[in-house]
Design a protein around this ligand. Structure first.
Ligand code: ZN
Length: 140
């Protein structure tokens, strides 16, 4: 890869500190093949050449995605928090024939109080109980 040869008097894009922008400049001085001084064609100031190569980019956002706790763990924590807010009076007694929807509070004879996370047609639901997520039969 050979770069296009530049020489004094050529135009080049440079960052101008007065314009605070990338503007067209005329090359004033060069050292070997490097542009060192340029004159801004917009404001006329002569300054050191500043490459228009991207400045420091913001930290990439994807960095934290694959690390930390698995999603299920977080979800369980969230459901556990919601479970703490459940009132027994809101609970629906669990029955295979009972109809549930996500968010409902379930009172189960063995597992105790739980919260419906998800319903799976035709007749199953995932319920978060204190000792974990259970798959239960229900009527949808
Ligand atoms: Zn300028």
């Amino acid at each position: 890869m050979s770069e296009k040869m530049l020489s004094a008097g050529d135009y080049i894009a440079s960052r101008c500190s007065k314009c605070k922008d990338v503007t067209n400049h005329t090359i004033v001085a060069m050292v070997e093949n490097k542009v060192v001084r340029v004159e801004c064609n917009t404001c006329g100031s002569v300054h050191n050449y500043r490459s228009v190569a991207p400045t420091v980019k913001p930290t990439p956002r994807a960095k934290t995605a694959a690390t930390k706790t698995p999603r299920v763990g977080k979800t369980e924590t969230e459901w556990a928090a919601q479970l703490n807010e459940c009132k027994a009076s809101d609970a629906i007694s669990y029955s295979i024939k009972a109809a549930f929807k996500p968010g409902d509070v379930v009172q189960h004879p063995i597992f105790g109080m739980g919260r419906v996370i998800n319903t799976i047609r035709p007749n199953k639901m995932e319920v978060y109980f204190r000792d974990g997520i259970k798959m239960l039969r229900c009527t949808l």
